[in-house]
Design a protein around this ligand. Structure first.
Ligand code: E4P
Length: 218
């Protein structure tokens, strides 16, 4: 499973990239707003840090505007993925961009029908939002299970399931069990993945016993 980080915070991305576990980055207009910096500058810096796919989202809502913004964003770096909303105009733009060799991440997917449409439009990635569905009392993980199953039924569909709006490690583990291709994870959730109290306790007791031996490895 590929791990993307869901942030526009360049220092977070830099430190996560140093672990060697980072496969890509997703941003959205809210994350760019939170970073408080010009979008193009941020996306360029992120693309310099990671060779993996970096999603940059259009803000136009009409087909022509999406095509113009997508072309502009795509010039930032070869690893930019154009992020388009799951609307009729968005999928039309997706089809055209993909036909021209551009990678596309279709975002704001909340139903299996939408995921099927995005795959038919040739999206490189589909981003179903699990946390936001959970927030309104629906089962976000069911959408992942349904999407993975539908795509498996039609091997000609090459779209990768990019699980988005992840709130905690259980979302990630369940998505991995279902066989989702990618997860985009907030930095804070990535850091919790390392943690287990028995790891901390075990390390503490190993080091205490080691100290008693009076030895050092080097
Ligand atoms: C996906 O690409 C989105 O940026 C993201 O996962 C949204 O997550 P949120 O629901 O936590 O805002």
């Amino acid at each position: 499973m590929k791990f993307f980080v869901d942030t526009a915070d360049v220092s977070d991305i830099r430190s996560l990239a140093e672990t060697g576990l980072l496969d890509g980055v997703t941003t959205n207009p809210s994350l760019i707003a939170k970073a408080g910096r010009p979008m193009v500058e941020v996306v360029k810096e992120i693309c310099d840090i990671t060779p993996g796919p970096v999603s940059a989202e259009v803000t136009a809502t009409d087909y022509d505007g999406m095509m113009r913004e997508g072309e502009y964003l795509g010039r930032i770096a070869p690893n930019v993925v154009i992020k388009l909303p799951l609307t009729e105009a968005g999928l039309r733009a997706c089809k055209h961009m993909v036909n021209n060799g551009v990678m596309v991440n279709v975002t704001l997917c909340f139903s299996a029908a939408q995921a099927l449409l995005a795959a038919k439009a040739g999206a490189t990635f589909i981003s179903p939002f699990v946390g936001r569905l959970d927030d309104i009392g629906q089962d976000g993980m069911k959408l992942i299970a349904d999407t993975v199953q539908i795509y498996r039924n039609y091997p000609a569909l090459k779209t990768e399931v990019l699980v988005a709006s992840i709130r905690h490690p259980i979302h990630l583990i369940e998505a991995a069990k279902m066989g989702a291709h990618v997860a985009t994870i907030p930095p804070a959730v990535i850091r919790t993945l390392y943690k287990h109290p028995l790891t901390d306790r075990g390390l503490e007791s190993f080091l205490a016993d080691w100290k008693k031996t009076g030895q050092s490895i080097l």
